[in-house]
Design a binder for this molecule. Sequence first.
Ligand SMILES: Cc1ncc(C[n+]2csc(CCOP(=O)(O)OP(=O)(O)O)c2C)c(N)n1
Ligand SMILES: O=c1ccn([C@@H]2O[C@H](COP(=O)(O)O)[C@@H](O)[C@H]2O)c(=O)[nH]1
Length: 299
Amino acid sequence: MTSNGTNGTIGEMVKMLCDPMCSTPKQSQQTCCTVKCWKWDVTQITMNKLIHDIKYGILILNRPITQNYGFMNNLWNRASIRMTVDGGTRQWDKYISAFPKEMQNTMKDPDLISGDFDSITDEILEKYKKKGCKVIHTPDQDRTDFTKALIELNVHRKQIGVELSHIIAIAQTSGRFDQIIANVQTLFLVKEELLLDANTNVFIISDDSISWLLLPGDHVIYIPEETRLHKRAWCSLVPVGDTCQHVTTTGLKWNLDNQQLRFGGIVSTSNTFDGSEKVTVKCSHSLIWSMRLPMISIL
Ligand SMILES: Cc1ncc(C[n+]2csc(CCOP(=O)(O)OP(=O)(O)O)c2C)c(N)n1
Ligand SMILES: O=c1ccn([C@@H]2O[C@H](COP(=O)(O)O)[C@@H](O)[C@H]2O)c(=O)[nH]1
């Protein structure tokens, strides 16, 4: 049981609702149809409340790692699959090298390293090969290294026979704008092209935000007290790709009432919370939800 009294994993699809407003095909001959419904509790990641039988993967993208040692140590070592992506291996190496030897030794090595390897030296690759990391070359230039890494992670997942409830990508929403957008595209591709098991959700964590894709349906997002009360708390609902024709929310300072979100129309950025324990979002099309990363606990 989490602090919010929610059982189960983040992103769990909790129930099927009957809703005559829903646009999905009718399930039965009555007026009843199926609406998918998810609940999200990010403290399972940020407060290290990952329930012990929940399995997740973690991957490091090519941005400087700014998270504190205690948080990373816990999150990284408890992952079922650890992966660094191309230049992300260099970032990982730099990150752990900054700690004293005894701290470095407590960090497990990556299980997998993938990439087209245009952002990593042979020296670093060799160093990690010698440690026993599996190196996978992914030369395809029609997909990003992040997307290809998820595909490889999924192959490995099947080989070792684990089911992952989520995958955490450590990145930054800084640096190259095209890469920030490409990372969002990866979140869409995962669902569009079924790159992962349908129950596996991908989160992108930077030093100040956590973002993921909300699929059409009903979402309940638990907001930790620390975030709710924070003066600079923020959140956003961004209709990337398609116009989101109908969005209804509760728990926000600027709520939407069956409104349309689209670029050139309304895009809900710099929104914040109204103090409620949870935000609810009902959306007809996919949206990117981002929020201030709740304070990270060291243990
Ligand atoms: C229409 C189109 N535009 C651009 C590209 C080029 N492209 C898309 S993904 C990709 C690989 C990017 O690799 P990644 O390592 O993720 O990023 P890098 O640091 O090399 O830019 C490339 C080259 C393409 N294949 N098709
Ligand atoms: O500015 C950046 C650069 C990269 N990324 C992410 O990391 C992977 C690997 O990048 P390489 O440059 O190939 O080492 C890339 O696919 C992006 O997902 C980023 O987020 N921002």
